[in-house]
Design a protein around this ligand. Sequence first.
Ligand SMILES: [Zn+2]
Length: 499
Amino acid sequence: MQTLQHPGHAQQPCPRPKVLSQIMIELECIGGTRTVTGSKYVLRTSQATVLLDCGLFQGRRAESFERNRALPVDVAQLDAVILSHAHLDHSGALPLLWQHGYRGPIYATPATRDLCAPMLADSSAIQASDAAHIDKLIARGVDIAPVTPLYGTADVIGTLELMVGLPYHRKQVVAPGITATLLDAGHVLGSAVVVLDIVDGNQQMRLAFTGDLGHVRLPILRDPEVPTGVQCLITESTYGDRNHGPMSESIDTLATTIAATVARGGKVIIPTFSLERAQEVIFALKRLRADGRLPHVPVYVDSPLTVKITDVFRLHPECFSSEMVEQLRSDDSPFDFAGLQYVSSVEESKAIDALTGPAVILAGSGMCEGGRVLHHLRNGIEDARNTVLIVGFQAEHTLGRRLVEQRRDVRIFGVMHPRNAEVISLDGLSAHADRHDLLDFAQRVRNAGSVASPLRQIIVVHGEPAAQDAFAATLRADGFANVVVPTPMQRIILATSHL
Ligand SMILES: [Zn+2]
């Protein structure tokens, strides 16, 4: 029997006999199409099956729970999983794979692997506390269906045992006929563009999957790397229908918003994704403080997860831009400044709400769907002196999206509140490429193509319908002939031939 050696694992038998009359390389989009969550793409050849990402669906609670619980992946057929980055909409369903019996390797960069430990543990803890909260509501007579957590600590630990660190640029055979190489995606710490060299019978192709692509010139990370010789590009399109304002403009707005809020005695509440948004905002605040543009008010990072993740950042200077590496050489930590306090305990968190003076509060979750930011919003949303500053993408049906839409009333912990606080959105600090960046990346991939076998197909995923369709139209207008916008569960044939 043919065997395949995975680093850190015993030799594993190759799963299926290969007696086929037809070669077919196909991609099935299980999640992460017509939506920005639930990223899951199955690549099948006649010899192997590889899963790209295994993310959680997020949005309306009951609907998301059902979609997450039903995992339409046959783990017995799966040779390997490759994870583009640690955000939960890409990684958060990995423990379900373990629960369903998957015991093969999960490849990711070493930084992504390290980030998944706190991220998945936090996801499991949030599910447990959500379930407990709903049980309490039911006990009080509220008519609501009980939920059980999707997975627990044992599933998270089992998942982490499967994770194999694959550094950028190192070629790794991940399944029969499939070699993976990870390039820097510049989106969050450890994020990767996944490049797959696929050989199946007489078919041979190079496929690149962007995962989430970074906004160019982010202060902490390097810009995305462009793969060469690609025939099929699977690209995200989160911001495929709009361009961000310049980052300098967003930094200016950050400074003026904080100054105005402090002047009227209010608090600035910044819902932040613990991974990357928080560190980018902390770094921006540090610069403003150094430039004398940040008033001398306390700045709280009220998120135990952010504290843990910031520690992981300190362990991975290999992922940083040269400017950041230079700063790390000095004793001046990029994630600390006078007046900044990291808050872990619940008591300290409650004490922040009891403060009456101005302050800047960063807290998760980034889309206001859970976490401590909900407590700060509940206490602060009705006070017209306060500001909610939105710095990341807000998916449909989330509280964050309703705030961005400037709704007059919002529901927090099941209770409607009049929204008197100001809401300001800053998209220039986004970790995602905008339309210009995405098109530029696709053009560079085309320009770096092989003359004999050029880029022949672009599959546009990971966007809400308007963004996916707009970006597909942009690509077609730029001369890309074969642009596909898949529907959920659609199978796309990438190559086929009869033997
Ligand atoms: Zn992401």
